[in-house]
Each structure stands twice: as structure tokens, then as C-alpha cells.
Design a protein around this ligand. Structure first.
Ligand SMILES: Nc1nc2c(ncn2[C@@H]2O[C@H](COP(=O)(O)OP(=O)(O)OP(=O)(O)O)[C@@H](O)[C@H]2O)c(=O)[nH]1
Ligand SMILES: [Mg+2]
Length: 312
């Protein structure tokens, strides 16, 4: 996992640098942590997208600590922040692994999210992830709005060694999902990953289409889809919360995948989303290659986000 850690650390470098800069500035100007600098620090944590609850709980920890002794080293503050972040994330983290005893075959995963959040890419990576575990994977091109979308998924499927079920542009998305489930069953596949068109969570008609895909899958196989995964682009910051709430209302989100954590300064959004929704963050995307998807581990994430040893 050392490789994973260094990739995450690299990916979160910008988030970490900004936080460390904030902490250092606050400490320098106040000469240490006092009530005023705690206020300032809490504001900076909010600005870093960590969310209200996490920012408040970090403040609380720091207050307790300053009651005992004067803190003026940024490293100490960062370590306390890391501990608080880890605690917040543990509540909602559920590393993804394939449990033979638990699942039915095929295990059906419906991928949803706004335009461009990374659904198709993530399906490609997830197909690869499962193939590496020795699973047979089928993907469904149920984004039928654009021919290019089907082509894009087919290319990813090819790279990952998964079978792709596709139809023509403009075909009924639910029908493609239905056909793919039939094919996955006929092939005795272990996993079916259903790609869907990006849609704004505020567009009612499009959101209804997702509900229809769900119904059709459930008709074909009791319990399907076994998972509905919402893909969130970490660079969107606080808007990710509104998206998650809307998608959850319409299709019942069972897990989250955060993408584009590489190179964003807003990695703190993971903490806010996990706290607000209590939906587990299962995986995180840290790049555009096949193996740039990793099971989410609260401890490793907190360490990579904040710990001073990984800086530089
Ligand atoms: N840097 C980075 N880029 C990513 C990541 N995941 C996806 N992308 C890029 O984000 C862009 C959009 O990805 P798609 O997978 O097409 O997103 P989508 O949600 O399927 O988009 P629509 O189907 O149009 O809604 C592509 O250029 C991807 O390469 C990631 O983890 N890191
Ligand atoms: Mg797509």
C-alpha cells in the first residue's frame, strides 16, 4: 500500500499545502493559539471545504489542547487536525471489497452523477479493479444520449478486459440496462457496472429516468441494483453536498466515489460529505489511468491530507 499512500499524498498535495499555509499564518500572526486565532482557524478550515461539523470538532480538540499547554508549532496543530479528520471519516468509511458470501451474481452497480464527474472513467477503473480480483465484469452503456459516450465506455471496457453491452444513440437507457443484466446473467458474470448519462440533480425528468432504470433492474433481478454509487467530482467543493442530497432522495445512494482528488485544493470536501450524509466513501479517484482508483481508507486519507511528515 506504500504506492497507494504516495499517490494519495501526491494527489492531495495542494489541499495539504493550503491547509499548512493557513495554519502557519494564523499561528504566526497570533503567536500561538488563542480564542481569536481559533476563530480564524475555524474560518480557514471552512474555506478549505472541510464542512461545518468537522471544522467545529477540530476547533473543539484544539481548544482542549490549548487548555493544557500553549501550542505554537504548526506541526502540532496539523497532527491534531489529522486526528479529528480521521475520526470524522471513520464513521463513514467502508473500504470496498468483494465479499463472495454476501453477493448475488451478478452484483449490479448503478453509477450516477452530474455531467463530467467521472462516471465513465470510474467504471473503467472499477472494471479493472474487479478483473484484478479475478472477477468477470460486464459494463452497460446506458448513457445513450451521445454516441461518443458509448464509444468512450467501450474503449475503457476493452482496456479493462470487460464485456460491454451497448445499443444505438438515443436508445432507451433502461432497456440497455435490462439487456446488459440479461447478458451478464447468461454469461455468469460476477459484476455488472451500469454507466448512465450525466444529469443535473435539479432536472426532474432526467432524475426520473434513473428511477426507471432502477425499477427495470429490480424487475429483472430481485435486489438489483445492489449498489447505487454516486460519483462526485472533488473539485466542485460544497456543491457536491447538494448533489449528494438530491441524488440520494431520488435513487437512494448506497456509496460514494470521489474523483479528481489529484491536483485539487478542495480535498477537504470528503470530510464534509461523509459527515453530512453518513454515506460511506468507498473509493477515490486520483488520476486518469486504469489503476488510479483506490479503496478509501480514513486513516491513510487523513495522514495524506494533513500529516507534516508527508509534506514536501
Ligand atoms: N485528474 C483526474 N481526472 C479524472 C478523474 N476521473 C475522471 N477524470 C476526467 O474527467 C473527465 C470526465 O470524465 P468522464 O468519466 O467522462 O465523466 P462522466 O461523468 O462519465 O461524464 P458524462 O458522461 O459526460 O456525464 C475526463 O477527462 C476524465 O479523464 C480523476 O480521478 N482524476
Ligand atoms: Mg460518461
Amino acid at each position: 500500500m506504500a504506492d497507494f499512500r504516495s499517490r494519495i499524498a501526491r494527489g492531495l498535495a495542494r489541499t495539504r499545502e493550503l491547509l499548512l499555509r493557513d495554519v502557519s499564518e494564523v499561528l504566526r500572526s497570533a503567536g500561538g493559539l488563542d480564542p481569536d486565532s481559533l476563530d480564524e482557524l475555524e474560518d480557514r478550515l471552512l474555506a478549505a471545504d472541510l464542512g461545518v461539523t468537522a471544522a467545529a470538532s477540530i476547533r473543539h480538540r484544539l481548544e482542549e489542547e490549548t487548555g493544557k499547554r500553549r501550542i505554537s508549532e504548526p506541526e502540532r496543530v496539523m497532527a491534531l487536525i489529522a486526528a479529528a479528520v480521521e475520526e470524522s471519516l471513520l464513521v463513514a468509511s467502508r473500504p470496498r471489497h468483494f465479499d463472495e458470501a454476501f453477493i448475488e451474481r451478478p452484483h449490479v452497480v448503478l453509477m450516477v452523477g452530474v455531467n463530467g464527474c467521472g462516471k465513465t472513467t470510474t467504471i473503467g477503473k472499477l472494471a479493472h479493479y474487479y478483473k484484478e480480483e479475478g472477477k468477470e465484469v460486464v459494463v452497460a452503456a446506458a448513457d445513450t444520449y451521445r454516441a461518443a459516450a458509448v464509444e468512450q465506455l467501450a474503449i475503457w471496457a476493452d482496456r479493462a478486459g470487460a464485456y460491454c453491452v451497448r445499443s444505438h444513440e438515443g436508445a432507451d437507457a433502461a432497456a440497455v440496462a435490462f439487456d446488459a443484466l440479461e447478458a451478464a446473467r447468461a454469461q455468469g458474470a460476477d459484476v455488472l457496472l451500469v454507466d448512465t448519462a450525466g444529469r443535473l440533480h435539479t432536472r426532474k425528468g432526467l432524475m426520473e429516468e434513473l428511477a426507471k432504470i432502477r425499477r427495470v433492474l429490480a424487475q429483472k433481478m430481485e435486489g438489483a441494483p445492489h449498489e447505487t454509487v454516486l460519483v462526485l467530482d472533488a473539485t466542485t467543493g460544497q456543491n457536491a453536498l447538494a448533489q449528494a442530497e438530491e441524488f440520494n432522495k431520488v435513487v437512494g445512494v448506497t456509496g460514494l466515489i470521489l474523483t479528481k482528488l489529484d491536483g485539487t485544493a478542495r480535498g477537504g470536501i470528503v470530510v464534509a460529505v461523509a459527515e453530512r450524509l453518513g454515506i460511506p466513501v468507498e473509493m477515490i479517484g486520483v488520476g486518469e489511468e486504469l489503476d488510479d482508483l483506490h479503496p478509501f481508507e480514513a486513516r491513510e486519507f487523513a495522514a495524506a491530507l494533513l500529516s507534516p511528515e508527508t509534506v514536501g
